[in-house]
Design a protein around this ligand. Sequence first.
Ligand code: 13P
Length: 249
Amino acid sequence: MAKPLIAGNWKMHGSLALIEEFGRAFATVELPAEVEVALIVPFPYLAQAAQKLASVGVCVGAQTLSDQPSGALTGEVSGDMLRELGARMVLVGHSERRSLFHEDDQAVLGRIRAALAVGLTPILCLGETLEQRDDDRTEAVVLGQLEAVFDALDVDERTRLVVAYEPVWAIGTGRTATPEQAQAVHSAIRQRLVGYSSALGENTQILYGGSMKAANAADLLAQPDIDGGLVGGASLQVDDFLAICQSAG
Ligand code: 13P
């Protein structure tokens, strides 16, 4: 059974003051011991977040990275730099990166390799658009995105990823997948991972993302193949985020 993981994705939100607030809040609450918590913050906040949050048991992550280790790539950030600032995780293939920044499966694979090369844990994001769902292509799209990465990795590398299912139509819309809809896709992802190896299927954390909030988290997390959440908007309110973390225990 994979350990529960709740990761907050701040996207391009937040502030140093908010990191301080999260640090204070996490220092005073007791979370279920088995629940892993991560905050995925904008680059400029990584060092501060790692300093304030690591000591209270919250892992820090970045939202993307370059596929290159260094170079004349103005504006890019390498995996080593993220590590140096205290990041342990990194999102790859978030739907906003895929759609707004034109990252295709090859670009996603390059970033996954770059993350693994420096010991960062990539959270590989998968998800279908509403149009693809309406065309009955959800499984084909999601498993296609999964295979584009997993087929290219070796047996050891595959064990070092977290997977997040985020239906694009549920992101930032307030429209959550029902627990049954989410479970159906999570189960398909799990089965595909079992196809690589039964241990991989059993141990890989598969997170749900898309308008997860305190009010719906428990029902989603109760599904057998939902191991945690990737939380956007609700991760900017410390009380909401703590409530989601509590409901994962
Ligand atoms: P929301 O929780 O705001 O829908 O965002 C989900 C998401 O994209 C997390 O990566």
